[in-house]
Every structure is written in structure tokens, then in C-alpha cells.
Write a protein that binds this ligand. Structure first.
Ligand code: SAH
Ligand code: SF4
Ligand code: F3S
Length: 439
């Protein structure tokens, strides 16, 4: 029998990357071997993202390349999964007839049965609206490295008027603390040093379980006890779900890093209302001030959308002025992209493509300035860095790592410092990183 090999292309967020690790674990259990090149594989999997039109188009352009591989090798099987698959279902077969298998975000653990069906059926499509057996004991095949992703809550109940995620990931579902703690121990035993808890709204963790003690603050307290783990982070936080208790946990727990990713989306209260974000500009600023009061060196990052339907020039400027009020460490930015099924996509007051691009460029320029400014306060300071990797430059080993507040630091050192905590004195700054020397 010929070797069974697979290749996964992962587009999208960390949740998708964590799903790909799950898929890889399931396939290795079935005797498949992972390859790093589509040319060497008998099964190709595209794990897709549909957050913006651009991400969706990217999936189809990869599929175009894979179609040529299939013409050369008719035995090759092509599968599509992830958020585009969940949303588009079997209509994908019409647009890309060379796809053999479609499965969604809720039934990854069905993969063995779906592959079996594919032996006798020409095409298979299986999308479920509610999840099957998410904690079925399959062990994700995590990539080697320092950090491991650990999903704790999936889905989203917020239904912001621009966002596709509640449609592709379903309603909010928290995993039970005991399953998460067991997985954290497994991660530690595999040699990882950092755990990154994942959720579309990670700070809503536990809100869907009828037990007030199950929340992110308490989960962090439990995970802080995991032996051999040096650091714990969590993303993405929704501004409305960050409790005082969570802020105090982050401040007080030694392994939990002082870092929050809190997308604001717009600096205008009016726009936030139409986005269905349940907070105002002032609420958001109050939250940031409260966090900074408890942790003056906290790392803060955010997301903003430029050109949401109906956004006036003055409202866009309110987004720009937020960056004068908060020195974010980084911001992800995007031009608004209408997504099918979402309310805002059919509103009449769309901002023109050119204007969205112009606003995005202005915003990006401002973000670069603010990020550079955020680096300045660290010049001359000594920071704890978890070394994550190295490269060789002019016969010197340059290590790269992160501070507790998620700043990237480069410094000369030894290979054996990878995966350890090193105190680094910051000598120089660039826009996106800090440069230092070991103390
Ligand atoms: N759950 C997080 C965001 C997850 S989606 C939150 O609520 O903040 C990641 C980011 O993609 C969002 O923060 C938003 O900035 C961006 N995004 C989502 N839908 C978008 C759309 N239709 N057009 C442009 N950007 C979008
Ligand atoms: Fe999307 Fe985040 Fe809003 Fe949920 S809270 S709908 S994931 S932007
Ligand atoms: Fe994309 Fe789905 Fe993540 S739409 S951002 S892969 S949840």
C-alpha cells in the first residue's frame, strides 16, 4: 500500500491554527504522515478563514494551484474545512469542482469517518450547526516550539453587525476546567514553556456554564499551578467582559503575563453603537486606565476597522485620536469588508473602496508612530525575556524572545538559553522590536 501523507495549509486566526493541530493529530492516529510540501502529499487540506473577503479569496487562489497538482496526480484528495467551509457548505463544489471533501468547524473529530466515506463516495460534504464531541480525547499534534495554544472557549454570542464569526463558529461554548487543566499538564509534559489560552472572546469564559466559579480569573489561578510552565497568556479579550477580578489575577499571578489584546474597533461611540459593540469610547478608556493603574507596564494591543458603513470623516478622526490617548503596543487594522449574512453588509451607506483604503493608510501611519512611541519607555530598562529562538549573524548567536508584556526583543546570547527566562537590558529600539544585552 502506498504511503498516506497529508499537507495542511492554515489561513486565519490562532483558533484555526489550533484546529489544524487537532486535524494533524487525528490524521497521524490514522497512520498518515505530515509533509511540508503539497507535491509530496496524497491528501491536501485547506483550513480557511472568512473574516474578510481577502482571506476568503486567498483560499480559492491556493485551490487554483492545487487543482494543477490534481491534474498531474488524479489520486490526490483535496479537503476544505474552516470558516469558509462552514459558511459556504456544498456550494464550494460548484466553484471548485476538484475539491473532494468539505467539513466544518464543528465536526473535526468526524474526520476519520468522512475519509472512510470518501473511499466509496465521489464527494463528501458534512457541516454541522452544533458541535459533536469536542472533548473526545484526541491529542493535538502541536508544532515544536516554546508556546502552545490551548482553546478554552469557542464561538461567540455577540453578533457584532460586521462579523462573520458567530455564523462560522457557532454560539459560545466553554470547555470544562478539568479538561483544560489536564491538557495544560499534557502541554507541560511535552516541553512547552508558555501556554496561550484561546477564545474569540476568551474573557467570556464560563459565562455559558451555570456555575459562577467557572470564569477566566479562576481558571488562570488553577493554571498558574502547572509545573514547568513559565508563562501564561490569553487572547482575545472583549472589552465588556474584563472583570476587576480578572485584572487582579493578571496582576497577581506570577506566570500570567501582564498583557491584554482588547479590540476597540472604533473610537466613535456612535459607530460602536452601529457595530453593536456594548461600550462607549469613554467606557473603553476607563477600562484601559483601570488596567494601567494596576499594572503600569501592561502590554496593550487592539484592533480597529476603518470605513465602517456610515462612518463620517469626523468619526474616523475619533479613532485616530484614541491613538493619542492610549499608547498601544500594537494595533491590527483593516478596511471594513462586507460579509454575507451579516447585517452591515446590506446597509446603504457603505463607504467607497477608495475612501476606506485612504482611511486605512492614514490609520496605519498613526499606528506605526504610536508603536514606536510605546517602545521608548523601555530604553535603558532591564526586562525579563522568554527566549523563543535564535539566528546566526556575523558568527554571533542572536536570540529572539518576548517580554512579559509581549514586546519582541533581540539580544546576543547562547543557543542553550532558548526556552529559558533571561534578564535583558534594553540598549536600542526600532519600530517593531527592542534590542538589548543580557545582564
Ligand atoms: N472577538 C474579537 C475579534 C475577532 S475577529 C473581538 O470582538 O474583538 C478579529 C478582527 O477582525 C476584529 O477585531 C475586527 O477588527 C476584524 N474584522 C472582523 N470582521 C471584519 C470585517 N467584516 N471587516 C473588516 N475587519 C473585520
Ligand atoms: Fe466577531 Fe468578536 Fe464581535 Fe464576536 S465579539 S461577533 S468574534 S467581533
Ligand atoms: Fe477567520 Fe474563522 Fe478565525 S473567520 S479569524 S478563521 S474564527
Amino acid at each position: 500500500m502506498s504511503r498516506k501523507t497529508f499537507y495542511i495549509e492554515t489561513l486565519g486566526c490562532q483558533m484555526n491554527k489550533a484546529d489544524s493541530e487537532k486535524i494533524s493529530g487525528i490524521l497521524e492516529n490514522l497512520g498518515y504522515e505530515e509533509t511540508l510540501s503539497p507535491q509530496e502529499s496524497s491528501l491536501l487540506i485547506m483550513n480557511t478563514c472568512s473574516i474578510r473577503a481577502m482571506s476568503e479569496n486567498k483560499a480559492y487562489s491556493y485551490l487554483g494551484v492545487w487543482k494543477k497538482l490534481k491534474q498531474k496526480n488524479p489520486g490526490l484528495k483535496i479537503a476544505m474545512c474552516g470558516c469558509v467551509a462552514q459558511q459556504t457548505e456544498e456550494k464550494i463544489f460548484t466553484r471548485a469542482p476538484h475539491v473532494d471533501l468539505i467539513f466544518g468547524t464543528q465536526n473535526i473529530c468526524e474526520l476519520p469517518f468522512l475519509l472512510e466515506r470518501l473511499q466509496s463516495e465521489e464527494k463528501v460534504c458534512s457541516i454541522l450547526k452544533t458541535p459533536v464531541n469536542p472533548d473526545n480525547g484526541s491529542i493535538p499534534n502541536r508544532k515544536e516550539g516554546i508556546s502552545a495554544w490551548l482553546p478554552v472557549i469557542e464561538g461567540c454570542d455577540y453578533f457584532c453587525t460586521y462579523c462573520i464569526v458567530p455564523y462560522t463558529r457557532g454560539r459560545q461554548r466553554s470547555r470544562m476546567p478539568e479538561d483544560i487543566i489536564k491538557e495544560a499538564e499534557q502541554i507541560a509534559s511535552e516541553g512547552f514553556k508558555e501556554i496561550i489560552l484561546l477564545g474569540q472572546t476568551v474573557d467570556s469564559y464560563g459565562n455559558d456554564i451555570d456555575n459562577p466559579d467557572i470564569n477566566l480569573a479562576n481558571l488562570l489561578k488553577e493554571l498558574n499551578k502547572t509545573d514547568k510552565i513559565l508563562r501564561i497568556r490569553f487572547v482575545t479579550s472583549h472589552p465588556a467582559d474584563i472583570t476587576d477580578e480578572l485584572i487582579y489575577s493578571v496582576r497577581d499571578l506570577d506566570k500570567v503575563c501582564e498583557y491584554f489584546h482588547i479590540p476597540m474597533q472604533s473610537g466613535s461611540t456612535e459607530v460602536l453603537k452601529r457595530m453593536r459593540r456594548p461600550y462607549s469610547r469613554e467606557n473603553y478608556l476607563d477600562l484601559i486606565r483601570k488596567i494601567q493603574k494596576e499594572m503600569p507596564d501592561v502590554g496593550l494591543t487592539s484592533d480597529f476597522i476603518a470605513g465602517f458603513p456610515g462612518e463620517t470623516e469626523a468619526q474616523f478622526e475619533e479613532t485616530l485620536s484614541i491613538l493619542d490617548e492610549v499608547t498601544f503596543d500594537h494595533c491590527n487594522t483593516a478596511a471594513y469588508s462586507p460579509r454575507k449574512q451579516t447585517p452591515a453588509a446590506v446597509w446603504k451607506d457603505q463607504v467607497s473602496y477608495d475612501e476606506k483604503k485612504r482611511r486605512l493608510n492614514v490609520l496605519n501611519k498613526k499606528v506605526r508612530e504610536v508603536v514606536k512611541k510605546s517602545q521608548q519607555k523601555y530604553a535603558g530598562r532591564t526586562l525579563e525575556v522568554l527566549a523563543e529562538g535564535f539566528r546566526e549573524k556575523d558568527r554571533q548567536i542572536i536570540l529572539t524572545g518576548r517580554t512579559r508584556n509581549n514586546k519582541i526583543v533581540h539580544f546576543p546570547g547562547d543557543k542553550n538559553q532558548v526556552a529559558t527566562l533571561v534578564d535583558v537590558n534594553i540598549k536600542d529600539i526600532s519600530t517593531w522590536s527592542l534590542i538589548g544585552e543580557k545582564v
